[in-house]
Design a binder for this molecule. Structure first.
Ligand SMILES: Cc1cc2nc3c(=O)[nH]c(=O)nc-3n(C[C@H](O)[C@H](O)[C@H](O)COP(=O)(O)OP(=O)(O)OC[C@H]3O[C@@H](n4cnc5c(N)ncnc54)[C@H](O)[C@@H]3O)c2cc1C
Length: 418
């Protein structure tokens, strides 16, 4: 049977699918032909609005060379785009567009107003100034190559374009529109996609004993990830207790490596077992009446946490060092230097700030974001197999990859008369 639906046919030079930060930033920097962003929601940038708890941590202030270690195993890919369009370039861009910024004590950069609406408004306004059309409520059902480039079909329209940029994001916070549609588009255009999993996500702990400590946090502690009794990774960062597990940058950043069943050993005391033991023995021999609470507080461990752990092995905060037997001392050292938290599950996409996995980087040019498989096809932002740490590294990656794609399109002369 013939398709009887009559759709409008609209021609563009470049179409960007997805109006998140990556799509909008590409739209701002395209300089040739008639261009559009097709966004499936009724507004662009829904995820950007909730970034940084609504404050929008747009980038980090550190040196660009220090960014590379913040993308897991994928720094060698992302460094080209970051060097081509660095955090300084981004901050100059925002400043030239009239957005003042502030930097917090950890080097995170926010708009001065600490309101992500200002960032979104600016990006949309700059798209408008650049005559890039933002067409909302456009849910693309089919993406395929055609004689003149690409053909995109929605329920009401058909679009053709010479260049196609896919910027549909990952799977995290699906309520914002990032439901992983772009992966199917990538596959239909010949690409491989690496299995995705939630990243920058909290963990739920088995037999969790610290619910009443929810909100308590410790700064700069070493976290060791063990799988089948073997250490597979370690990471240092701040972490905190939640009602059902652990969160904070020290957990979120390495969560891309974690799996259900792994054990997180956390160095609560901030010193290793040997040093802890020797400190304990020397204090016990000189000042045997020192209480466990006073000894452990010197390691900057919150009182509520000390009491909770001591209770676990039948000790009281008021017990003195002198009465601790050797087996108990060994247990104390183990618990305070390598407390084992067994991961029941890692947080799902509804709470993960980003997605690990995505379009296979081996098939993408790191300098231009163009597909090595399909000419004039580009992938930018979170759809790529790149996920950054907390601190503004994901938005910077979205902006830098968007810029790389736009520049390559600008530099390819022929716009086929459109
Ligand atoms: C709660 C939260 C807080 C965060 N805070 C920060 C932060 O402070 N700093 C930071 O650096 N990073 C932060 N991130 C991560 C950051 O927001 C993302 O990495 C970034 O938004 C990715 O940009 P993107 O444009 O690639 O994708 P997205 O922002 O996910 O945008 C993709 C867009 O594509 C649209 N789309 C999807 N499918 C289709 C389709 N079929 N047709 C048309 N349109 C489609 C979606 O509706 C969406 O608008 C945070 C993430 C979350 C969830």
């Amino acid at each position: 049977m013939q398709d009887s639906i009559i759709r409008h046919l609209i021609k563009f030079n470049t179409i960007i699918i997805g109006g998140g930060p990556a799509g909008l930033f590409a739209g701002i920097h395209l300089k040739t032909g008639r261009n559009a962003i097709l966004e499936k929601n009724s507004q662009a940038g829904k995820k950007l609005l909730i970034a940084g708890s609504g404050r929008c941590n747009i980038t980090h202030i550190g040196l660009i060379k220090d960014f590379f270690e913040h993308y897991g195993a994928h720094s060698s890919f992302i460094k080209h785009a970051l060097k081509q369009y660095s955090n300084s370039d981004l901050l100059n861009f925002f400043e030239n567009c009239g957005l003042k910024t502030i930097v917090d004590k950890n080097g995170k950069v926010f708009p001065f107003s600490e309101d992500s609406k200002d960032v979104l408004r600016l990006l949309e306004h700059q798209c408008e100034r650049n005559s890039t059309e933002i067409l909302t409520k456009q849910n693309i059902s089919v993406t395929k190559t055609s004689d003149s480039g690409f053909l995109l079909i929605t329920s009401e329209s058909e679009f053709t374009c010479k260049n196609l940029i896919i910027a549909t994001g990952g799977r995290s916070y699906p309520g914002t529109g990032s439901t992983g549609d772009g992966y199917e588009m990538a596959v239909s255009l010949g690409h491989s996609v690496i299995r995705q999993k939630p990243a920058l996500t909290p963990v739920f702990i088995k037999d969790y004993k610290f619910a009443e400590l929810s909100g308590v946090s410790l700064s700069s502690r070493q976290v060791y990830i063990y799988r089948n009794s073997k250490k597979i990774k370690e990471h240092r960062g701040d972490f905190g207790f939640t009602h059902k597990g652990l969160s904070g940058p020290g957990i979120l950043d390495p969560s891309r490596f974690m799996e259900q069943g792994d054990v997180l050993k956390i160095n609560l005391a901030g010193t290793n077992i040997t040093e802890f033991t020797s400190d304990f023995l020397s204090r016990a021999s000189i000042q045997g009446k020192t209480t466990l609470l006073s000894f452990l507080k010197d390691y900057d461990i919150p009182k509520s946490l000390i009491k909770n752990i001591l209770q676990e092995i039948g000790l009281s905060a008021d017990d003195t060092l002198a009465i601790i037997t050797r087996p108990l001392r060994i247990k104390l050292a183990e618990l305070f230097c390598e407390y084992p938290f067994h991961i029941e599950k890692i947080g799902g996409y509804e709470m993960a700030m980003t997605t690990a996995g995505g379009v296979d980087l081996d098939e993408i040019s790191p300098k231009t974001m163009e597909s090595k498989i399909c000419k004039n096809l580009y992938f930018i932002g979170e759809i790529l197999d790149i996920d950054g740490d907390t601190g503004g590294y994901n938005l910077q990656a979205a902006f830098s990859t968007a810029y790389a794609a736009a520049m390559n399109i600008n530099n390819s002369i022929d716009t086929s008369g459109i």
